[in-house]
Design a binder for this molecule. Structure first.
Ligand SMILES: *Cc1c(COP(=O)(O)O)cnc(C)c1O
Length: 413
């Protein structure tokens, strides 16, 4: 991925020096590369080209309207987990008919909205949710198309906070209960079984757990077809990992080979739900150094981005590489890069070797395109960052920096 690279000593996004964006828009600011987003989407599409499939970009990874619009233009569908995400997809001109709806806690209102919007598939995560969907379908005089999300009880070998396919997880229905639930659904008037679904976790860097899970699920798909369920879709979820530091996740081609080999016996149309793997490396978070603070035990560098802007290090012990926007020669020192938020976990980069930053110096947290802005909050009453989309030599603000008045919108004193 070359969308973010140094030209001379200045870090660029495509043809634009990132320091020019920071100077114009301020910091903290997320910057995305249209070329990187497009290239990655095409790579995945081409990897699955020989097989009927639909890519449903997982909106929660990065839900900015400009990014949803870009993926819509490339032919993408969407994977959503709330009514709010459905509204975003529609606002961006996306097609509900290419959208699948997952999540353990869909409300009947959200289901009814999605059904009347013509959603492709509900990925149902419990027996009681199936009954609720049936009621919604009957009330609308329609059969809601659904797949059961099954839990294949496979260890995804990722951080425990982003593993979703173990028996102990809240996601999906237990594998062993699926056959009985499809049989039960057949007697319901408000639903129609159209597929089978699984998603075992995120930031997957090995193919073995994918293969194990998909082989089990493909087997179940074949069993269900043999029992007379007219399934069309096998939804293999998302989860393909990216490189943050030294991980070596499968390439899209290797991922496709693994998936296609496992699902071959089904003859199903594949639904893919990539999130992180499409947007993660296509974005960075720009920040400016406020203060250096040498102490007896370590040197802190205080920057103007905090855990409210990028929560992944605090939440998942995640690593984001840190690059100066203008390279400078000097001796490396060990520093902890911390944000302004009043929490001890507000450490964005721990124990990094850097040329001791100067006050005012600009840096980029790399690989921040996924689960960055979409997880940002206003904790400590910090307005959320601006977002910028670069396209070649051009760039534009695709979300204004929040203003302080936005912080109390809807409040009454
Ligand atoms: C979050 C999620 C995804 C996307 O996961 P990535 O790791 O970002 O690819 C896909 N499907 C479901 C059901 C999800 O919850």
């Amino acid at each position: 991925m070359t969308a973010f690279a140094y030209r001379k000593s200045s870090l660029h996004a495509e043809g634009v020096p990132l320091s020019a964006i920071a100077d114009a828009v301020g910091t903290p600011t997320y910057v995305y590369s249209a070329a990187a987003l497009t290239e990655r989407f095409r790579e995945v599409t081409e990897a699955f080209a020989g097989h009927p499939h639909l890519i449903c970009y997982s909106v929660k990874a990065n839900s900015n309207l400009a990014i949803l619009k870009l993926f819509t233009a490339l032919g993408s569908g969407f994977d959503i987990v709330s009514g709010g995400e459905l509204a975003r997809v529609k606002q961006a001109g996306g097609d509900a008919g290419k959208t699948v709806f997952a999540g353990v806690g869909k409300t009947p209102d959200e289901m009814a909205q999605a059904l009347s919007s013509g959603i492709r598939l509900f990925n149902v995560e419990s027996a009681e949710e199936l009954e609720a969907l049936d009621a919604v379908g009957r009330r609308a005089g329609r059969r809601a198309p659904f797949a059961l999300r099954v839990n294949p009880d496979v260890d995804a070998r990722t951080h425990r906070y982003i593993a979703t396919g173990l028996k102990t997880s809240k996601f999906g229905v237990p594998f062993e209960e699926a056959v009985a639930l499809y049989a039960k659904a057949k007697k319901m008037k408000g639903v129609q079984a159209l597929g089978l679904d699984c998603h075992i976790g995120s930031q997957l860097t090995r193919t073995a757990p994918m293969r194990a899970a998909l082989t089990k699920v493909a087997d179940l798909y074949v069993t269900l077809k043999a029992k007379g369920h007219a399934l069309e879709y096998l939804d293999v979820g998302g989860g393909l990992g990216i490189t943050y530091s030294d991980e070596t996740p499968p390439s899209p081609q290797e991922y496709a080979r693994t998936v296609l080999a496992a699902v071959k016996p089904t003859g199903a149309t594949l639904l893919l739900e990539p999130g992180r793997s499409l947007v993660g490396n296509a974005g960075v978070l720009l920040t400016r150094v406020l203060y250096r603070k040498p102490t007896e035990t370590r040197t802190f560098v205080v920057v103007d981005a905090g855990m409210n802007d990028l929560i992944r290090p605090a939440l998942y012990e995640a690593h984001h590489a840190l690059q100066p926007l203008v390279k400078r020669r000097g001796k490396d020192v060990q520093v902890d890069v911390v944000g302004p938020v009043c929490e001890s976990t507000d450490v964005l980069a721990k124990g990094r070797s850097l040329v001791l930053p100067r006050q005012g110096e600009l840096f980029a947290f790399m690989s921040a395109g996924a689960y960055g802005m979409s997880m940002a909050s206003t904790y400590n009453s910090r307005p959320r960052p601006a977002e910028v989309l670069v396209d070649g030599e051009a760039w534009r603000v695709v979300r204004e920096r929040e203003r302080v008045e936005d912080l109390w919108r809807g409040e009454r004193a």
